[in-house]
Design a protein around this ligand. Structure first.
Ligand code: SF4
Ligand code: SF4
Ligand code: SF4
Ligand code: FES
Length: 947
């Protein structure tokens, strides 16, 4: 396998549909109007030297290396900034140009350390390449004069260094930070000889930099360089794969030396990320080889016993025997399984298949239960399928962007950069969020409206916006008449027009001034293409499903569905939330969202799998835990999920897990849930297996194995072994065969195969006979369910209310550097940015309680109490506090409650009534937890030493 080199066309492509023809070095080339001469020259097969331009950035024209001669024109214009014209005659290689270029290059080199042989970029340096291309043989200006050769190196960022002595001031880093990332952390300071790249006058770690690495990727020299490359050297081969963190699903080249990753480089052809990434995907992959990885299967009789390392055969045999024993004693339905949104589609499909075929019940659920299950319910009811409507690129055609209950710059950073680019181009922005997220105001981005609603009042806000649309005559009547069911629409129109749904009537509920809601609604309805993007701030509520339907209603009423630039777009949290839902992980559905009670669908699976299947839906995660507490649920297989940390009401989860007789955890690391496990099966990271992930835009992308599984098997192989031991063998030689089975059994996937994904790069489902290459935008011309259906969305306040005892409302979210329960990111240098979860509290609430910034505080709800440090911040509104849930020791879910979405049981993480007061000591729960973890770590160490 060779290192994949991507072509660089020098400047970005033109989008014009009209073309022109010109003559470059005697060859005729036809290009779209708006194409630079440099790009046309590359297309014509001529190599024009360049240093300051690249096709991912707008041309800048500073290095003067790309000069060309144009017949009939004076001078030697820069080919990167000069547009090609019809009939032009361009010469890129003449003696005059060669002399000029050598002169330019000589100046660069005269202030550049000539340590090429020991430089980390040796062999992959554009300055070195260009010196060769222009034929530089001598440098007449020496180092005696003023130079930058002894400039101090900035090593403050944990992942890359900045070595100013090697900087050629091409400003590619500055422009990448602006144009690609949208952070504007870098500037070119000073003039002439004193010019320097500056991170706002600070070290990188102290600056506004968010460590996305776009500048490192753009730098043509070793000035900005990954520390891994400095330590390990240049990679020698690469493989394209998909990020295992968030639902953006960025495509990467894993650049390798043997079986070791040297760096992850965002893939330019990746259709979700177009060559960009965030700090997690690009840099935070070290967890995959972290020393904490458990590499041998382990078993124990009781959860208080030490773990004992055993062979794979013994561990699998023991788990299967236990499950069989439990079923023989407590009945078929006494065991179940949980699939993971961190695993591949193929692995998820196999877990649900094992549960349905080998366990013989439908007790399978997924962690999507606790994040986006309301999306499935709400979008299926209104549009007919559980999926975001657009591709990410669609945002480039949006005129109005509404962000509700999502924080893209932290949780979906690459999509946020894409969105910010559109906002800089002039799209309008409405942010609906209790907290002042970055998008409300950041460099060159300012929301037109921020509606800081009280947590738990989403449905009231969306109803109020729809009320304005209906009562002010802003309904797209033609769209509704043609595309939606008439009866439900009329019912909805009448309901939503009632005064009680007006912004004025709901102002006291939401806390948002009615005038702002009215103005935002008018902007959404009349501002052109309007798109809604939302996250867990929508779904994780007692009315999560209602809110999803409310947004769908608003989009249908204004005709904002079924074309580019519009739509309802869930921003999925984990890398494969969409896929795990698609693959039939819910207890009531087979893959492709078909109910288990549907006889013809069930018949199809029964025939394919050769075994009778149950027609009644099985248990959800919360039902499993309730049944465990009651003593009727006794065996659980959990793949890649840490429910003891991620699920709400930790005490209840613990109580359930403690009573289960056989908990099998398959994961990379021991985690909170494995404290309750009897069998531990070591899992494999995304670098160790083949498969596919499906991102938030329904895009199925390949995960490719770049190193052998450290513990011996990929996760899909482990599931297949367990299934076989249970008496239901599975015969797959490769995950592609699992995908072939998914395609045979799932109409929306019928056209999907590894061969096609490899050929097209990625595919957005539905992919079938009607759409053989996939479907970027859904519901064009008609909804999946035929006509769109308006649903009534009565606002019903949550039962979780603030009281005298618990007067504040806690809401939760994520931070850029950490991911979910932190199992991966906490094992990387990302901890330098967020080594603990803190409680954000408004200055008013802090002062009332005598709390100062950094104080240890107690956070108590009726469910439990934890302690953490306070961060005083006016991002919060008074009476609302906020924290993240990335660190196990914080135990944020100790305080969240048992309330959940009425339709799907998705927990109400986003609204918990709490009290905060200064604390002197760590909470009892945390003390107990810390001791348990110490004991577990000790047991594992001892097990390792004994071996
Ligand atoms: S790492 Fe990203 S945010 Fe930081 S300076 Fe470079 S481009 Fe800007
Ligand atoms: S740091 Fe690299 S990209 Fe930035 S100006 Fe210097 S050489 Fe160019
Ligand atoms: S945006 Fe998401 S998918 Fe992309 S690199 Fe970051 S974490 Fe990975
Ligand atoms: S590449 Fe054209 S001026 Fe630098």
């Amino acid at each position: 396998m060779a290192l994949i080199k991507e072509a660089d066309y020098g400047t970005p492509a033109s989008t014009s549909s009209q073309s022109i023809t010109l003559d470059i070095d005697g060859r005729f080339v036809t290009v779209p109007i708006g194409t630079s001469i440099m790009r046309a020259a590359v297309q014509a097969g001529s190599q024009v030297p360049t240093l300051c331009s690249t096709d991912s950035l707008e041309a800048f024209g500073s290095c003067r290396l790309c000069l060309v001669e144009i017949e009939g024109r004076r001078g030697t214009p820069a080919s990167c900034t000069t547009l090609a014209e019809a009939g032009m005659k361009v010469r890129t290689q003449t003696p005059k140009l060669a002399k000029l270029r050598r002169g330019v290059m000589e100046l660069y080199i005269s202030d550049h350390p000539l340590d090429c042989l020991t430089c980390s970029a040796n062999g992959n340096c554009e300055l070195q390449d260009m010196a060769g291309v222009v034929g530089l043989r001598e440098v007449r200006y020496g180092y005696e004069g003023a130079n930058h050769l002894n400039s101090e190196k900035d090593k403050s960022n944990p992942y890359f260094t900045f070595e100013p002595s090697k900087c050629i001031l091409c400003s590619r880093c500055v422009r990448a930070c602006e144009e690609v990332q949208g952070t504007f952390a870098l500037t070119l300071d000073g003039r002439g000889f004193a010019s320097t790249v500056s991170a706002g006058g600070e070290s990188f770690i102290d600056s506004e930099c968010v460590s996305c690495g776009a500048c490192v990727q753009a730098c043509p020299t070793a000035t900005l360089m990954e520390k891994t490359v400095i330590h390990q050297g240049q990679p020698e081969h690469s493989e394209v794969t998909t990020c295992a963190y968030c639902g953006v699903g960025c495509s990467f080249k894993a650049e390798m030396q043997g079986n070791e990753v040297v760096r992850m480089v965002p893939h330019k052809d990746g259709k979700a990320n177009h060559g960009h990434s965030c700090v997690k995907g690009r840099f935070a992959w070290g967890y995959a080889t972290h020393r904490d990885r458990i590499l041998n299967p382990m078993i124990r009789a009781k959860i208080t016993d030490p773990w004992k390392e055993v062979t794979w055969e013994e561990a699998i045999g023991h788990a299967a025997d236990e499950f069989k024993r439990i079923q023989a004693r407590f009945g078929r339905d006494s065991i179940g399984g949980i699939t993971s949104s961190r695993c591949t589609n193929e692995e998820t499909f196999l877990v649900q298949k094992m549960v349905r075929a080998a366990f013989g019940n439908n007790n399978v659920d997924t962690c999507a239960r606790v994040c986006h299950s309301p999306t499935g319910y709400g979008l299926k009811a209104t549009f007919g399928t559980s999926a975001g409507t657009q591709d990410f690129d669609s945002v480039g055609a949006s005129d109005v962007i509404v962000v509700i209950g999502a924080n893209p710059t932290d949780a979906h950073p690459v999509f946020a950069s894409h969105m910010k680019r559109r906002l800089r181009e002039g799209a309008r922005l409405i942010v609906v969020d209790p907290r002042k997220i970055d998008l409300v105001k950041s460099p060159h981005v300012q929301a037109d409206f921020h509606l800081p609603l009280l947590p738990g009042t989403n449905v009231a806000i969306i109803n109020a916006m729809s009320h304005v649309v209906v009562t002010e005559g802003l309904v797209d009547e033609a769209f509704v008449a043609e595309r939606c069911e008439a009866g439900p629409f009329e019912q909805w129109r009448k309901f939503i027009a009632e005064d009680r749904n007006s912004p004025e009537a709901l102002e006291c509920v939401t806390g948002v001034p009615a005038a702002d809601v009215r103005a935002a609604a008018r902007l959404y309805a009349t501002g052109g293409n309007a798109a809604i993007y939302y996250g867990l701030g929508v779904t994780e509520h007692s009315q999560g499903s209602t809110m999803v339907m409310g947004m769908a209603n608003l989009a249908m009423a204004t005709g904002n569905i079924g074309k580019r630039g519009v739509g309802i777009n869930p921003l999925r949290g984990q890398n494969n939330v969409q896929g795990s839902c698609d693959m039939g992980s819910f207890p009531h559905e087979f893959s492709g969202y078909r109910h288990v009670s549907d006889d013809s669908t069930r018949g199809l699976f029964e025939q394919a799998w050769g075994i009778p299947l149950q027609r009644e839906p099985g248990l959800r995660i919360s039902n499993m835990l309730d049944a465990a507490v009651e003593g009727t649920f006794k065996g659980l297989y959990i793949q890649g999920e840490d429910i003891a940390q991620s699920d709400p009401n930790t005490q209840h989860v613990s109580a359930g897990l403690e009573r289960i007789e056989c908990v099998v955890v398959q994961d990379l690391f021991l985690n909170e849930t494995s404290s309750f496990a009897h069998v531990f099966l070591p899992g494999s990271s995304f670098l160790e297996k083949d498969g596919t992930f499906t991102n938030a835009e329904r895009r199925i992308s390949r995960v490719r194995k770049v190193m052998p599984p450290k513990a011996g098997f990929a996760d899909w192989e482990i599931t297949a072994k367990l299934s076989e031991a249970l008496g239901y063998p599975m015969h797959y030689a490769h995950p592609s065969e699992i995908m072939d089975e998914i395609a045979r059994l799932t109409p929306t996937f019928s056209g999907v195969s590894y061969e096609k994904i490899d050929r097209l790069g990625s595919i957005q489902w539905p992919c079938n006979e009607k759409a053989p290459e996939g479907t970027p935008v859904m519901h064009i011309g008609g909804f999946v369910r035929g006509k769109g259906k308006f649903m009534l969305t009565e606002f019903i306040p949550t039962d979780e209310r603030s009281t005298d005892r618990y007067p504040l409302i806690l809401t939760t979210g994520r931070i850029l550097s950490q991911y979910n329960v932190g199992a991966q990111t906490r094992r990387t240098a990302n901890n330098v940015w967020h080594e603990e979860d803190v409680l954000e509290i408004h200055p008013f609430d802090a002062e009332n309680r005598g709390i100062r910034d950094g104080d240890l505080v107690s956070l108590a709800s009726r469910a439990g109490e934890i302690t953490l440090h306070a961060k005083i911040s006016d991002r919060m509104q008074p009476s609302v506090v906020y924290t993240t849930f990335h660190h196990a020791l914080t135990g944020a879910n100790v305080v969240t409650t048992e309330y959940s979405d009425w339709a799907t049981n998705c927990p109400e993480y986003k609204v918990t009534a709490v009290q905060v007061h200064p604390a002197k000591h760590m909470s009892e729960w945390q003390k107990h937890h810390r001791e348990t973890r110490r004991a577990t770590t000790q047991i594992v160490k001892e097990a390792g030493a004994a071996k």
